[in-house]
Ligand binder design. Structure first.
Ligand SMILES: [Zn+2]
Length: 128
């Protein structure tokens, strides 16, 4: 009971019609652009994932599950390409390390040089 209460999601703020249309436009773009790019980055750096899904949420740019499934936020389409790649490489590195420890950061730095600066830059963008 306690956990159910604690983990209950905060009510989502309703989008305006204009924002909803923007979200659908981004979703279509994301579905066309992100899976092929993720596949390309994975092949380039020797990562193997299970499935990729395009999501819309206001809590993360991407996520990676223990089963090797990667979720990418459609908001990635609003980012410069370099930051978009950074998020995808970040999630791919979680296939090997499900944490943000030193080994994770070393791996990420090897596939995405300057990743800490990119992470800082990403903080300047908000999810819609
Ligand atoms: Zn992470």
């Amino acid at each position: 009971m306690f956990f159910i209460f604690r983990r209950r999601r905060r009510k989502k703020k309703a989008l305006t019609a204009e924002q909803a249309a923007e979200v659908e436009r981004l979703r279509a773009q994301a579905k066309a652009a992100l899976p092929p790019r993720l596949a390309e980055l994975a092949a380039l750096h020797g990562f193997t994932y299970n499935k990729v899904r395009i999501k819309h949420n206001s809590s993360n740019w991407g996520s990676c599950s223990e089963l090797g499934n990667i979720n990418l936020n459609l908001n990635l389409m609003r980012l410069p390409e370099q930051l978009r790649d950074y998020v995808m490489l970040h999630e791919l590195c979680h296939l090997r390390y499900m944490n943000h420890g030193p080994e994770f950061h070393a791996l990420l730095e090897s596939v995405c040089p300057g990743h800490r600066n990119l992470a800082r830059e990403l903080k300047g963008y908000r999810l819609i």
